[in-house]
Design a protein around this ligand. Structure first.
Ligand code: C5P
Length: 232
């Protein structure tokens, strides 16, 4: 797979107008664009349909976490928008993930489960009553997602080897928390460079702020692609 196909740019901006400017500027530099809760809440399904209609692949990152019946309905609606990836929280449980899998069409869209948000660290999880090492929680949730027949997980680049080991080579691993060497980590507690994430075995890298907040987003994307090429 070409490294461009493995770069997912997070369109974490407040409006469809800003998102479309970024998509134009990044034409040909990203294999997929991620629409998260900020942009979707502001601009809704029309923006997603518009991106799909212009030939872009979309990861609809709304991280569903609700009762199984509601999540199945949401996943089904997401698939009808023509997105390539959609996700749920593994913490919603196995029955919820199985309901989501049951709502997927035979082909076209793949389902991911979030293990532990990359902004969490051990202290943050402990506060929530999830004791122990973050890596143990990630392993447990990845196994649960795999058992529910979800296509893959979203995990920190630092946990890719653990997930590979637990779920095998065909399980899709998508990693946010990517920071080029020297970049600010912001609220990402478990980050890694693009090269390190690929070397660890990640399939797709999600990059937001290091590209979308750069003075020249296309130049930032090209620099990341060069770093990825060196490691692929
Ligand atoms: O700006 P930055 O590169 O940190 O953006 C990362 C993106 O990945 C954000 O859109 C965030 O919502 C998303 N994400 C994450 N951690 C997860 C799942 C998704 O950071 N576990």
């Amino acid at each position: 797979m070409n490294v461009r196909d493995r770069l997912v740019v997070a369109l974490d901006v407040p409006s469809a107008e800003e998102a479309l400017v970024l998509v134009e500027r990044l034409a040909g530099l990203a294999g997929m664009f991620k629409v998260g809760s900020q942009l979707f809440t502001a601009s809704g399904p029309d923006l997603v349909r518009g991106l799909v209609a212009r030939g872009e692949k979309v990861f609809l990152d709304l991280k569903y976490h609700d009762i199984p019946n509601t999540v199945a309905g949401a996943v089904s609606a997401a698939c009808r928008l023509g997105v390539s990836l959609v996700d749920v929280h593994a913490l919603g449980g196995k029955a919820m993930m199985e309901a989501a899998v049951g709502a997927m069409p035979a082909m076209g869209t793949r389902l991911l489960a979030i293990t532990v948000l990359t902004s969490h660290d051990a202290a943050g999880l402990d506060e929530l009553g999830v004791a122990g090492e973050v890596t143990d929680t990630v392993r447990r949730l990845a196994r649960l997602a795999h058992a529910a027949e979800v296509d893959g997980v979203v995990a920190s680049p630092q946990e890719v080897p653990i997930v590979r080991d637990a779920c095998g080579k065909d399980f899709l691993i998508v990693t946010p928390g990517i920071r080029p060497a020297g970049a600010r980590t912001g609220d990402q507690a478990r980050s890694a460079t693009p090269a390190a994430a690929l070397k660890a075995g990640a399939d797709l890298l999600v990059v937001g702020r290091p590209i979308i907040e750069a003075p020249d987003p296309a130049a930032a994307a090209r620099a990341i692609l060069r770093e990825m090429e060196g490691a692929a």
